[in-house]
Design a protein around this ligand. Structure first.
Ligand code: PNS
Length: 159
């Protein structure tokens, strides 16, 4: 069974990697799908994010990286995926995630959303938290893979 793990991944964190790694043990194939959304102002281009995620998942043979625009369910259908994979960190995630899952179900009945509880060490972690800390020169080495930390720091140094 193929699972799509959709998201912004701006940038990928250790929390995302936790979900990808555990998802890759549950599904035949996991496609990490980076949403291309021009209306958001991302730190990294879609191409850069694909490069970063590809690097971080190079040891996972059944993980593919791609990008998509538009509806996640349309992309999932195109890839013959039956599952949308999402991580749940804390209760406050639940409301938004349940709304998305229900919406997606109304759009494409045969695609299921499967939630994995994020490993508790990463339950506070988000790409936004990483950006906020890095912006003020704080330590992010425990939040993202080393190479990603370098990319994030270089971004803010160039500003
Ligand atoms: O990493 P994020 O930003 O939490 O991911 C959100 C994402 C990409 C999963 C969500 O915004 C999404 O699926 N966007 C595509 C548009 C879509 O399918 N909308 C209908 C579901 S509400």
């Amino acid at each position: 069974m193929i699972a799509i793990y959709p998201g912004s991944f701006d940038p990928i964190t250790l929390g995302h990697l936790d979900i990808i790694t555990r998802g890759s043990q549950l599904f035949e194939k996991v496609i990490v799908a980076v949403l291309s959304n021009p209306s958001k102002k991302p730190l990294f281009t879609v191409e850069k994010r694909i490069e970063q995620i590809t690097y971080c998942t190079k040891n996972l043979s059944n993980v593919e990286i791609d990008s998509f625009a538009g509806l996640t369910v349309t992309y999932a259908k195109l890839k013959s995926a039956k599952v949308l994979l999402r991580g749940l960190r804390v209760l406050s995630d639940f409301e938004k995630e349940l709304q998305m899952a229900h919406t997606n179900k109304t759009l494409q009945e045969d695609i299921e959303t499967v939630f994995l509880a994020t490993t508790k060490e990463y339950s506070f972690l988000s790409s936004s938290v990483v950006k906020e800390i890095a912006q003020f020169g704080g330590e992010i080495a425990h939040l993202v893979p080393k190479e990603i930390a370098e990319d994030v720091y270089s971004y803010y140094q160039k500003l």
